[in-house]
Design a protein around this ligand. Sequence first.
Ligand code: PLP
Length: 451
Amino acid sequence: MFENHLPTEELQALDAAHHMHPFTDGSALNKKGARVITAAKGVWLTDSDGNRILDAMAGLWCVNIGYGRPEMAEAAKRQIEQLSFYNTFFQTTHVPAVTLAAKLAQIAPGDLNHVHFANSGSEANDTNLRLVRHYWAAKGKPTKRIVIGRWNGYHGSTMGSGSLGGMKFMHAQGGMPIPDVAHIEQPDWWMQGGDSDPADFGLARAKQLEEKILELGQDNVAAFIAEPIQGSGGVIVPPATYWPEIQRICAHYDVLLIADEVITGFGRTGKWFGSQTLDLRPDIMTIAKGMSSGYAPIGASLLSDNVANTINDAGEFNHGYTYAAHPLSAALALENIRILEDEKIVDHVANVAAPYLREKWEGLIDHPLVGDASIVGLMGSIRMTPDKAARAKFKSDEGTAGYICRERCFANNLVMRHVGDRMVISPPLVITKAEIDQFIDRAVQSLDETH
Ligand code: PLP
């Protein structure tokens, strides 16, 4: 174990001097000092001042089985002693890679029977960009190159995956989106639906995909990529009419459907995959995060028989990562899936945690600040608004309620994330009813303190 003998202030000073944080205003953080997390168990984090913090974000949507599992430590030790590293590039394979690929094929829906490994969700989505183009070229349709994503979708932070995503503040850095990527609007009825009926709005937003395909030309469009439920964009649950229409359009225009299940996979929505909860039949699925519950970095693209066989028959696919299917990560993913299965954690979400949390979460709508409360399985959001009836946004000069609420949560030893004026949650799937009670008490207190 890494022993820490330094006081908090010294760690913070070293952090400020040397560590650049992702997606962070560095100078603002350096002035106040980062909170130092020193340990974690179950749903609880411990910081360097000894506070116990309830982590309602499961790290970054990933620690599905909870922190600090001794079985995972033992699996890591066993694997490092057995085979610390080998790659699968040059006509070789290894036991964790084979076993994990077969296991994923068994639990994935439909005929997603083939696995191309990566080390993160971003990398897997970069792979998907190349895969779909390679697929269509192999099918004799090399002009089908464009991948359509959604504004405010998130698919990762590399140039490729950042382009697939629709985070305009990332695109503003320049060079994104890369060529042959296009976007349509998201199905966010609450914020963008105006006076429309949610079902009509869902259909209209799905039809934008058809319009975009017709605008770009069916012969030029390779794939559509989307999260079954947008996560980083603010847990936006689409109207029920949305996905069936998207599925129909993809099939009609011969456009591959990529379901980015980096957040929604591995039990988050109350089934193993969000595609099962929302009844999608993707050709490709992106997975990461809950695949190893964050115990080691790993991601993958799951491919249907048709996509994989076409690619395999097309000669060499010139793409791969040194650490893809790293034996340690693969062994930890396998142990993570074993724990999910043996402890029936997905059933716990569906039958115990999600129904219990749903009732309390939706009850937050009675709070004067909360205009909407959405939740599917154990991923949810609330939207704060100055005027519920008008579904109004806070104006920037009123301060961002989300930022203030996030700070109040932190002071109250609770982690919720803010996305604009929305608070989003995705607690570890093992959260108990008693912990949900504590979570909601702290959330209400933090909302009460948000002025
Ligand atoms: N796809 C989705 C839906 C995500 O939510 C994320 C990360 O939050 C990614 C891809 C990128 O994954 P990573 O951060 O592992 O690269």
